[in-house]
Design a binder for this molecule. Sequence first.
Ligand code: EPZ
Length: 419
Amino acid sequence: MDYFVIDGPTPLMGDVRIAGAKNATLPLMAAALLARGETRLANAPDLRDRRFFLDLLRELGVAGELANGELRLDTTVPLTSHTAPYDIVRKMRASIYVLGPLLAAYGAARVSKPGGCAWGPRPVDLHTAGVAALGAEVTEEHGYIISRAPRGLRGGRFRFEPVSVGATCNVMMAAVLARGETLLENCACEPEVVQLGEALVAAGARVEGLGTRTLHIEGVSSLAPLRCTVIPDRIEAGTFLAAVAVAGGRIRLSGCRLDHLQPVLGVLRDLGCTVASEGDQVVAERRGPLQPVRVITEPFPGFPTDMQAQIMAAAALAGGVSRITDTIYPDRFTHAAELQRLGAQIDVHDGTAIVTGVAALQGAPVMATDLRASAALVLAAVAAHGRSEVRRVYHIDRGYERIEQRLAALGAKIQRMSA
Ligand code: EPZ
């Protein structure tokens, strides 16, 4: 099992290009099931989760390959299975994304219930209730969601409570081939959801309201294969920007979508960074002391929960007391205990972390527990005095391509070791 050895403190200097968005790629890969033919997704990132999802699609009978950063998913040959097996789903809960497309295009789906994750339960009741609102029969047997729509799906009305990225994607994919009109309310409008909707429309779907909380969908009889270029990963961009906040220095990101980054850029400025942007480039610099911040995570366009851990690593070194509240996942604080091993002073109560900044962090062995927590630990270790080891880095490989090479190119003293 790989781990990172990191020696700090080192400031970060240089350029980094942002890869395609993991959380846009996964639903787009699932959407390939809605059409017959070869879907092509350019700028697909080479990530562990993307490889897992390709394994899942191949398990269903889709012919898939990644060539020069372009994912090609061919559904010309009829599927050989409608089952997403536990052994794949347990490793990647986004496997639930095949539920809607399998129902819409094949009238049947058998998907293992995803387990929880490091910070607690990850329910899928909105996914199943949403497809049921379109006429699907849904039962649960032996840890599997069994769903059928023998007469096809029909248009319906459904309200998501709370706002759910995954369920919005899943039910939208089901509705585009349902007979009749569908009204979806309190939808997620994250950029990744919008890109999925836009790609579906380009393939012949009729979806209105993308980017708002209300979607009107008129079902069509078939879709052309999807063709699109995956949007840049706003969380990867935010993570590198947070890295310069934590470690100090100056970095330039290229390949960004500034309209996807606004809530994160605001917090970075509150932390004391200077942030300039032009075109698809963002330059972030931190020379002076870090300032304490107050952050509350919310669905887009609010501050993203996927950046909460990374900002906590910066707040750990701020000159004062910061408050970080996660309204989406109130238990998403497994990184706090590991940051404390590096010397951070963090008190977590009822979904809020009170972070009392310290003058310096000290290197120590720590353990990654989930994707964004591991990113936070790596950033903190780059700024910590002395040697750190970050174990279970398979978590970080899920969402960041070769992060140790890209951080090393910015001056970090980081090496991947195999235990
Ligand atoms: C997506 O997960 C992302 N994953 C997560 O990113 C991200 O943290 C999350 O959205 C919130 O932005 C992917 O896109 C692959 P939700 P998802 O449904 O869709 C509750 C990362 O680090 N809920 O928007 O699973 C849920 O408990 C990952 O890249 C239900 O109650 O999240 C939460 O409180 C981690 N019932 C809220 O909705 C449901 O059926 C929002 O979750 C589904 C969700």
